[in-house]
Design a protein around this ligand. Structure first.
Ligand SMILES: Cc1cc2nc3c(=O)[nH]c(=O)nc-3n(C[C@H](O)[C@H](O)[C@H](O)COP(=O)(O)O)c2cc1C
Length: 161
């Protein structure tokens, strides 16, 4: 089965999550594209398209939104997985997921995922560090990647495909 993963990452955590996800799908032909570095293809010749990005100030990367809007009609003919990386947990993470993806695509998707996230202090600029300290009280690197959520998401993709 051909699987295309299109993702955006700001500090590298979503790339790590995509790497973990790709390993879970290793029996399939997986291609992942970082939309900030490379223009992803239309999801024409794949069975599954997985799209994800990270949440910053409640929003997902604009390039992810644009990709979904540009290829919505093709995507609706494919098996779809949608995910986010973020530091909010449980229902707050779920609310962020709900807010950033269009209703039609959420309904169509066979897998939804909130994969956790990281605060990587060494990757942040001064302003970002100040914002995170003010909002979350965090001033050291924290890693909260949700390995189980990634595994469950991969299982759903494998089962439904
Ligand atoms: C400036 C800034 C703003 C953020 N805003 C949010 C937010 O609104 N909600 C949230 O859940 N996480 C927020 N985060 C946490 C990111 O989603 C988390 O760092 C994620 O792992 C980033 O993934 P990336 O490195 O792939 O971009 C924020 C992080 C930064 C640095």
């Amino acid at each position: 089965m051909k699987i295309l993963i299109v993702y955006a990452t700001t500090h590298g955590t979503t790339a790590k999550a995509v790497d973990l996800l790709s390993r879970q799908l290793e029996n399939h032909e997986v291609r992942s594209v970082n939309i900030k570095k490379e223009t992803p293809p239309a999801p024409e010749n794949v069975e599954v398209i997985i799209v994800g990005g990270s949440i910053h100030a409640g929003r997902i990367q604009g390039k992810i939104k644009k990709y979904l809007a540009q290829y919505q009609s093709v995507i609706l003919q494919k098996k779809l997985g949608l995910f986010i990386c973020c530091m909010e947990k449980d229902h707050k993470a779920r609310d962020e997921f709900e807010a950033v993806y269009p209703e039609t695509l959420k309904k169509h998707a066979i897998a939804h995922g909130c994969f956790g996230g990281e605060f990587l202090m060494d990757k942040m600029n001064f302003l970002q560090r100040a914002i995170i300290k003010k909002i979350s009280g965090v001033d050291k690197t924290v890693s909260q990647i949700d390995f189980e959520a990634i595994q469950n998401f991969a299982e759903r993709i494998k089962k439904e495909s």
